[in-house]
Design a binder for this molecule. Sequence first.
Ligand code: GRF
Length: 187
Amino acid sequence: MVKKNACIFISGEGTNLKNLILKSRIYNFPINIRLVVCDKSTAKGIKYAKINSIPLLIINTHHRLFENKVLLLLKKYNISIICLAGYMKIISKRFLEQFKKNVINIHPSLLPKFKGLDTFNRVLKNKEIKTGCSVHYVNEKLDAGKIIIRKSFFIHKDDTKETLRANTQKLEYISYPEAIINIFKYN
Ligand code: GRF
């Protein structure tokens, strides 16, 4: 199978990046990770790009300049899909119009519930029965694009923000690869 080239955008820990790098080594997983983009020079996740010798762009500059530079690299590396993994900036409409290919994101809630930040606190406050994660296409609105996959688990009365985060992340490591497989299933 001919794998598609992927670019992962990160801002923080990069554990989803780490997981996707591992999955991409499986012979029939549909993507190879050819580029990592990070908007924070202190992000811990940078190390996964370095250890695995994946080209890395760390750029902390005016948003428009950032996007222009990234668009050039996406062309250079023939990128077919961008996976946002803990990336903290909103992707502009202009960027999406210029890239024109798949841009997806993973979010730690059952969208459309709890868009934005501080999801685990809000889930607890709202006394939800279930929570989980969602992988969705990115549009210019925050966490609002078409959903590709959602996975959930039940919340227990002694759950805390920390346990919810840990359980959600476990599900993320299954859901993100599954969503990518779904996207490329028929092409
Ligand atoms: C994940 O929980 C993801 O849902 C959210 O940011 C977190 C990133 O974690 N968008 P990591 O950087 O992949 O460890």
